[in-house]
Ligand binder design. Structure first.
Ligand code: G16
Length: 562
């Protein structure tokens, strides 16, 4: 229970952070997001929550201040759980409740009730530890101060400022700390560069002749990714990378640049153009948790050939499957006398239909979840090897502890027998992938290195990769509505349950198009309804998207009868 001293500490400090009037905040797809000016009290309260979570779990917790792909004037905050993954969904209602408590007294009451319910004990000195990180947004500094004050209002909680980081770096550090591993930023770079180097050294000799000669050009979205890649680059002598849009040149965060822009608009980002025709390019988002690739096909237009999250997933799946079959552990087949590895992929409704067809052809098990890393991650963790990706470039590969320890044993056996070296190499590659790829959350920097290693391994150019399968033309739109919470969906967001009637109307539109597919959902990071449509031609996808957008406006727009 909280004693009186603890209660008055929270009362006093929270009175310095009054919540904004007339705004209701919710812990959405990826934590709280809003205009940065509205967020001080929310971030302060998230600091309290993080400290309580640390007390409850006896583990290090992370707090990241970022609004990722959103505009520079927005900001946000999300909590990293002891595993390094997203905050447990069980605590989201508490997060919502305290964020919206109108007075310090009500806040204290909510915390008191929660502490009793969760049976959280206060132990005093250094009983809770929270790692803080922030992206490059100018509002980050004062919000960080608010978070610290929230943390400091819990007796025994210690806030450690890790500085400006990519979101995945902070998640990685939390995970590493709780596993008793070395967890500084330098350790992070070490792990990435060593495992990348290992994959490169394992490339079959013959293939090295086809080594991709051209450099990679990376778009840092004017965020944190560019700066961090410059550091990492110094440790990677075998990878020529040119970084653009690093934020130093004065460009605006996520504006006309970055993974979200490139993936949604399918056009060349700022800083890229005719000079890049044919070159392999990659775009990160503002906090470097998303990655897409692209190439500029010709000088005639600003269109790009996009390699989205689905195609990154497909490349990873292909490579892993190849290693598994060398180890003769294909798919969900019995893989050896003593082990059967479950291999699955996780997508959302945004996955391009052509990617799903391709993955099915590979014989993979595919599961769909609602949008949000937290849902995909949870599903992927059900497998020995679970690959998840959102089309927007968020994703990673999860390895089960059980599979990794089997793999390590197998590796040792094979190396002691000193025979069947192909199998040994495949096992070593899988181990290297498990170290390169971020096990806490999708990470653009480590994903980029894995892509580069696999392309080199396969001797593939970006064009070969683009042609792995042909995307169905698609279009995404967003529609401002009076109240986006009026839309409730089911079946991994493929169906609208309320408002009644809208799904039937959408179905009527879909039926007009060959290979037509469309769905709507409320965004969890912006105040809009998102519309997705795909069909056999771009014109058809555009027209399907715009008619569905009109329906959204009719049913939910400001002029709609409500
Ligand atoms: C966040 C989430 C992603 C989600 C994206 C868009 O990304 O982490 O899982 O796909 O928001 O969500 P929504 O469509 O609900 O706005 P990020 O890069 O902004 O952290």
């Amino acid at each position: 229970d909280m004693d009186e001293r603890q209660k008055s500490l929270i009362l006093n400090s929270s009175s310095r952070f009054p919540p904004p009037q007339g705004v209701r905040l919710s812990y959405g797809t990826a934590g709280f997001r809003a205009d940065a000016l509205l967020l001080e009290s929310t971030v302060f309260r998230a600091g309290i929550l993080a400290a309580l979570r640390s007390l409850k779990t006896h583990s290090v917790i992370g707090l990241m201040i970022t609004a990722s792909h959103n505009k520079v004037s927005d900001n946000g905050i999300k909590v990293a759980d002891p595993s390094g993954g997203m905050l447990t969904q069980d605590w989201e209602p508490f997060a919502d409740a305290i964020a919206n408590a109108a007075t310090p007294e009500h806040l204290v009451q909510l915390i008191d009730e929660f502490v009793k319910k969760e049976n959280i004990h206060f132990h005093g000195v250094r009983s809770a530890e929270i790692l803080l990180g922030r992206d490059t947004r100018p509002s980050g500094e004062s919000l960080l101060e608010a978070a610290k004050q929230g943390i400091n209002s819990i007796v025994g909680a210690l806030a450690i400022d890790m500085g400006i980081l990519t979101t995945p770096q902070l998640h990685w550090m939390v995970r590493a700390r709780n596993k008793g591993m070395k967890a500084t930023e330098v350790d992070y770079y070490e792990q990435l560069s060593v495992s990348f180097r290992c994959l490169i050294d394992l490339i079959p000799n013959g293939q090295k002749i086809h080594e991709i000669e051209d450099k990679l050009v990376m778009d840092g979205a004017n965020g944190i990714g560019g700066e961090k890649m410059e550091v990492l680059k110094k440790m990677l002598d075998c990878l020529p990378i040119e970084v653009r849009n690093s934020g130093k040149g004065g460009g605006i965060l996520n504006e006309g640049v970055g993974a979200d822009y490139v993936q949604k608009e399918k056009v060349v980002p700022q800083g890229f153009g005719f000079k890049d025709v044919g070159i392999r390019c990659a775009s990160l988002d503002g906090d470097a948790d998303r990655l897409v690739y692209f190439s500029v096909p010709s000088c005639d237009s600003n269109m790009i050939d996009l390699v989205d999250g689905d195609k990154i997933l497909s490349l990873f799946a292909l490579f892993i499957k190849e290693q598994l079959s060398v180890l003769s552990m294909d798919g969900n087949e019995k893989i050896s006398d003593d082990y059967r590895a479950r291999f699955g992929v996780i997508q959302t409704a945004y996955a391009n239909g052509a990617s799903t067809d391709y993955l099915k052809q590979l014989g993979l098990e595919i599961v769909f979840t609602p949008t949000g890393v937290k849902y995909l991650h949870e599903q992927a963790a059900q497998y020995d090897i679970g690959i998840y990706f959102e089309a927007n470039g968020h994703g990673t590969i999860l390895f089960s502890e059980c599979f990794l320890s089997w793999l390590e044993t197998r590796c040792n056996e094979l190396s002691s027998k000193n025979q069947d070296t192909e199998q040994h190499k495949a096992a070593l590659r899988l181990l290297a992938v498990s170290k390169l790829i971020n096990q806490a959350v999708g990470d653009a920097l480590s994903n980029l290195l894995l892509v580069e290693a696999i392309l080199q391994h396969m001797g593939w150019s970006i064009h070969k990769w683009v042609e792995l399968y042909q995307d169905l033309p698609s279009r995404q739109l967003k529609v401002k509505v009076a109240d986006r919470t009026a839309v409730v969906t089911a079946n991994a967001e493929t169906m609208v349950v309320t408002p009644p009637g809208i799904q039937d109307a959408i179905n009527v539109e879909i039926a007009k198009y060959t290979r037509g597919r469309s769905f709507i959902r409320p965004s969890g990071t912006e105040d809009v309804i998102r519309v997705y449509a795909e069909a056999s031609t771009q014109e058809a996808a555009d027209s399907l998207a715009s008619s569905v957008a009109k329906l959204v406006d009719q049913f939910l727009g400001f002029g709609s009868p409500r």
